[in-house]
Design a protein around this ligand. Sequence first.
Ligand SMILES: Cc1ncc(C[n+]2csc(CCOP(=O)(O)OP(=O)(O)O)c2C)c(N)n1
Ligand SMILES: [Mg+2]
Length: 358
Amino acid sequence: MVRSPSRVRHVSVEASVMFALVVRSLKPQSIPKSGIIGALQGKNYSTVSEATFEVKSCDLYKLEQGPNTSVSLSRDDALFYYRQMQTVRRMETVAGNLYKAKYIRGFCHLYSGQEACCVGMEAALTGDDAVITAYRAHGWTYVRGVSLVGVLAELTGKHVKVIHLTYIMIFMLQIPLGAGIAFALQYQGKPNVCVTLYGDGAANQGQLFEAFNLAKLWNVPAIFVCENNGYGMGTSVERASANTDYYTRGDFVPGMRVDGMDILAVKEATRFCKDYALKNGPILIEAATYRYHGHSMSDPGTRLKIDTEVRKEVEEAAEKAKSDPELSLENMYNDIYVNPPADYTVRGCDISIQHSST
Ligand SMILES: Cc1ncc(C[n+]2csc(CCOP(=O)(O)OP(=O)(O)O)c2C)c(N)n1
Ligand SMILES: [Mg+2]
């Protein structure tokens, strides 16, 4: 574990496929909010400074009351969250392109589609709360405060990278590690929680239940979050889990299922759970979400030979369309009429210039 009080702290765990990382301590990416507002000033946007929205209520397990369904947010916060979600989406698109261009090698698990989970949860946490996740970590790393270049250069393995992850060879260990971090927070008397993220696929692992047991036994401030994106690798939840209501699977740990595609619902659920966990011990959130990519960029494709040929053909055409010399000005105004008079001219963009047309 690499720790430094002034920067993101990480534990990263890798075993051929999986790695986990702990990202702590930094506040969300410090985009000056006034800058966002400033950038929008003068455009035709609403100037309402605060608005209230109704969100879907959560399904509850062993809880009498759930998070608020009426959520207020300020204009500044709305723009800030929107900007973060857009940035994460764009960053993942670029990471995918970098992978295809072979700048990123090995594995690359994209988070596109799940942005509301990381942005919404982070919105309800402070920099002193802890977050631990596994390999689908780019969005989380960004919202925890690592710069775009930090995330992308980590993926390309460039010198400019600023994250300096430490890798250790352990398998799928973020869940018990998360319980341990929550225990440490409790032991140190801190008013903070540890958010431990795992997927619907990982939810069927035995060590999750071992972690639930100790977390509840000691009532540590743990929020276990199942980011249920519908699939573990290519297997749908229905084919993998006897019980797909992941929020009910903590047994003695209460839980809720939140709409993971609604940032406001996620934020409110996290706020509720942080409060609950600090007072009562562990709680579980199932965030119902969806990922727009396959499991990873290295998923085997089902490309046929013909697809490869078409791709090459189109790429060559696009290359020629970019690199060919431009049409001469004389040719630009031809072929407007069939057999125009010999002296026929057409007005150009500049009204004073007439061009001959054949
Ligand atoms: C202990 C263990 N078993 C199996 C694997 C192979 N594996 C890597 S990711 C994955 C699926 C995980 O799916 P999920 O938890 O739903 O996360 P998602 O990729 O959908 O975010 C599996 C089976 C592994 N890395 N570790
Ligand atoms: Mg999944």
